[in-house]
Design a protein around this ligand. Sequence first.
Ligand code: C2E
Ligand code: CA
Ligand code: CA
Length: 692
Amino acid sequence: MMQRVPIDDHAFRQFFDFSPTVALVVDLADGHIVAANAAATTFYGWSHEQLLSMTMSQINTMPPEGMAKLLAHLNQNDSGIFYFQHRLAFGEIVNVESSNTAMLVNGQRLCLVIVHDLTDQKQAEESLSLARRAMDASATGLTIADGRDPDLPLIYANPAFLQMTGYTREEVHGRNCRFLQNDDRNQPELATLRAALQANKPCEVVLRNYRKDGRAFWNEITIAPVFDAAGIITHYIGTQKDISDRKAAEAHVERLAYFDSLTELPNRRLFLDRLANNLALSNRNNAHGVVAVLDLDNFKNLNDAEGSETGDLLLREIAVRLQRCLREGDTASRLNGDEFAILLANLSVDAAAAAQLGRVIVERIGTSIGAPLTLGSIKHQITTSIGAVVFPTGKESPADILQKADTAVHRAKAAGKNTFCYFEPAMQEHVQRRLMMERDLRIAVESGELRMFLQPQVLENGTMVGAEALIRWQHPIRGLVPPLDFIPVAEEASLIVAIGEWICRQACRTVKRLEATHDQLRIAINVSPRQFRTADFSARMAKIMQEVDIKPHQIAMEVTEAVFFDNLSHAVATMNHLKSLGVRWSLDDFGTGYSSLSYLQKLPITELKIDRSFVKDAPTNPNDAAVVEAILAVARQRKLDVVAEGVETVKHVDFLKSRGCRIFQGYYFGRPVPVEEFVAAMETPRIHPPAN
Ligand code: C2E
Ligand code: CA
Ligand code: CA
């Protein structure tokens, strides 16, 4: 057996000196360091000699009084563990645990101080508590679930989560988060969530969750697994955020993007979307449907007369009626303004049968819209023009289909409103031609291809009392284009306003040029209904006359009855304004329209023009003769002037004269001539005697 040798003092000293633990021996009388081991010099950064010349007060950060107390305490008790902050040689301060063992050695009270650096441990603790405090303070709901338990019970839920869900900490603790779903388990995103859990992957989902009080909210959830060093999942961290407000805002934006806010009907975009879906379906099932565009007749007049609020009421009511007429699967949409569209899906496999059925349904809708309406205190009735198209016919796009229905509705409008019209291919060519002409005409207006011709209006003795301005288009290729070929296009494209102002200015300038010699000469201009209806028509006309500086009584304006139809009060105001300046009003093509004599009472008309279609055969056809005679009788009664148009022969002159007509216009007295020619003739009275 081996003989054990008792360890001596020297050996003990060596344990002290070479122990990896920081150790000091302190004299409790004054706190002087009397021994320090190698670990202490490394830890504090002082040399061995330096340490032995220091007191504990230079190392411990506690104030001198505290230190005195501590030494006194250790003097009485033999040991204790304390937590201090110690200062190192380079000024750094570290947290330490110091265990103190006091003893009497050779009559001296000494203390062995073993020092543990707490820096790492403390930091870990601190960051843990910081994380905890941060989680508690977070505005986002945070949860931690135990990942080792297959049911993933919650072991932590922060206050934000509790507030969001309305549950208490105790109520959520130990439960799987699915309690937030109540019975609403059929949510597609749940599958995403499950798949991610299964694959140990983080995920983000939005779920419909329920508060404790039962109210639903949209919960945006992220869930991430936490792994330990061995790669085993220990926890799941979840963030949960109530995004109901954001969802609501998104839904609102969606509504704005796809629905008309006034009527809440799908807008054009959504209509085209649905049509696209339906088109695909129809192609697959070999089914046919109908798209119809409905354009309310004279809606603008209601709007102008009664205000846009009444107009809005009407549009809403129309929307309600439209929807009432439709089956499920059909779509009604407001395209814009007073234009609606309907999609009748899947009517028949046979195109002709679909067309037939579509027509019946659409006309029923037209009738429903036409039923009397009460708009606030106003009773109103409105008709619709409807254009429709059967689809599919080939490879057309949804936009093409809608375009065709739109073309058809224009045709329906042109055919006198309140009509139904199916699209026909010929219309497309027509539209194409129209578009080209419209483009050319725009250029024409800008590049000065328009010409004004003037045709004299004379008394029976040949004295000229006035002239009618008639427009022509000097087309670079087609030559002189007559007005009936382009005025209707200009009307539709709103170019008529610019053209009308141009002709007015030309007429005024001509009056101005001839002012000195012919200050009673009247030039008549034709005013189109569209132009007449613009809000500031009379103001603009007045401005032109003022700018050219002429007397308005030298201008006559010819209008047809069409301008009174839809808004009599506007017509009266417009005409009265210009009449008050001196402008004469002449009722053109009289006898061809409704010729409602009641208009004549309300309007400041000075003159009737007998349409040339009556003049033409009046000498031989008793019917036409009777119309001419009736017009002349009305005019006499109301003290109106009468101009007979289309006077081509001496027979016309004789007949009209014998019935009391005094003013004539027609080829017999003079054809329309270019303004330059007209002015030249007027300035040379010897060649063309009939002047003032
Ligand atoms: P309107 O106002 O009835 O003009 C009279 C038309 O009868 C003119 O046709 C004129 O050239 C034609 N005419 C005159 N005397 C005779 C005749 O003895 N026999 C025959 N067969 N015809 C005669 P035009 O110049 O082709 O104008 C056609 C229509 O175009 C005009 O009918 C008018 O409605 C419209 N128009 C012409 N100029 C303008 C204009 O500047 N603005 C607007 N808005 N419309 C215009
Ligand atoms: Ca005319
Ligand atoms: Ca006429």
